[in-house]
Design a protein around this ligand. Structure first.
Ligand code: SAH
Length: 349
């Protein structure tokens, strides 16, 4: 392998914070303030080449382009807007020929990016299109690159980020925490951490660790069941981390961050959507700082049928009776296969 490749693989310039870039510049014999300039070019102005970094000396630009490649982050392969123009799905190719997908969604409060944290996933949730196995972790810079590709293509500023694309964020913990620090950095996109949500299938140690990072991001937990019996039938992770431990970790996250935890609950006909299921769930979580998001399960060809409108509304009313805050998620982009992993699995077969 050539020397340039080795260097590139060692130093991932798009995943570095301003201070780290300044240190890198010092190591290269450059002025440290160049680090912050480079950070701004990559993360605020979102350029894709060193040639565009016009306030850097020409020699430095040449040196950097020999050693690093900013544009390798993402090439857009396909852009698929939904018929209602509310969401757009992007199929992206990253370095190492990795294919991933990201979605942008427009809401009344702004545009939200649904970012993938891994190519593929090995959590094995039975209803999920991304459960075909893990390809690799994405770097923090590659996660930023998804936001920038969508922002530049659409021309709409992304104000919110949800880590709900393919992958399990807690299985790429360091990359995800770094991404949060990069995307919320005031010299870059400066997206408020309060507008970032990390969604996990329920990796308990990751939740405790995240609670100790001093970040103010929202924790979303894919619960999808009111007990371990149902949960372990549809989510293998439930066997490793039972619900009592998971809910304890969530309460601890809410206490440490003073932020409301979101419980995601995909409504699957005949599996988890009865009045008894709603009551069981309500009794478990009532009184804690949380919110339940009911989502009609998206059919990704795995023989799961979404619950009817009547069941979903009855489920919501039962939770509300117990004083649990609940919303029914507006379904965006089902005609563009916006459930995670669908477009990618079409592509890679
Ligand atoms: N691994 C993380 C984040 C990625 S999945 C997690 O499990 O939370 C993002 C969300 O989409 C999760 O809540 C997941 O359970 C949900 N999801 C996956 N497939 C779905 C489907 N077919 N219908 C509805 N929600 C789905």
């Amino acid at each position: 392998m050539c020397e340039r490749r080795c260097f590139m693989e060692r130093i991932d310039i798009g995943s570095m914070l301003p201070q780290e870039l300044s240190d890198l510049m010092s190591q290269l014999g450059e002025k440290p303030f160049r680090g912050r300039q480079i950070f701004q070019w990559i993360h605020a102005k979102q350029v894709e080449s060193f040639e565009e970094m016009t306030d850097l000396p020409l020699m430095l630009r040449l040196k950097l382009s020999e050693e690093f490649d900013v544009s390798e982050w993402s090439k857009i392969l396909q852009v698929r807007p939904s018929s209602d123009a509310q969401s757009t799905k992007y199929l992206l190719r990253l370095a190492k020929n990795t294919i991933i997908e990201s979605v942008s969604m427009s809401y009344s409060y702004g545009a939200s990016a649904c970012v993938s944290t891994q190519a593929g996933c090995d959590m094995g949730c039975s209803f999920c299109a991304s459960a075909e196995g893990l390809d690799r972790n994405l770097s923090a810079g590659e996660m930023c690159g998804q936001v920038y590709s969508m922002q530049k293509t659409s021309g709409a500023r992304i104000s919110h980020v949800v880590l709900m694309g393919s992958g399990e964020p807690m299985a790429n913990y360091d990359g995800v925490v770094k991404f949060i620090r990069l995307i919320s950095n005031e010299a870059g996109q400066n997206i408020s951490q309060r507008r970032i949500a990390v969604s996990t299938c329920g990796i308990v140690p990751g939740i405790y660790k995240l609670a100790g990072e001093g970040l103010s991001v929202t924790l979303a937990v894919s619960l999808h069941a009111p007990n371990d019996e149902i949960r372990s039938r549809i989510m293998p992770v439930a066997k490793a981390y039972p619900m009592d431990e998971l809910l304890k970790a969530c309460r601890s996250y809410a206490k440490a961050t003073k932020r409301r935890v979101t419980y995601e609950y995909a409504m699957i006909k005949g599996e988890n959507d009865s009045a008894e299921n709603a009551e069981e769930l309500a009794k478990l979580i009532k009184g804690s700082l949380c919110h339940v998001n009911l989502i009609p399960v998206n059919d990704v060809g795995k023989n799961f049928t979404k619950s009817g409108k009547r069941e979903i509304e009855a489920f919501a009313s039962k939770l509300a009776e117990y004083g649990v805050e609940v919303t029914i998620r507006r379904k965006l982009g089902s005609d563009i296969n916006a459930a995670c992993g669908q477009l990618r699995s079409e592509r890679i077969g």
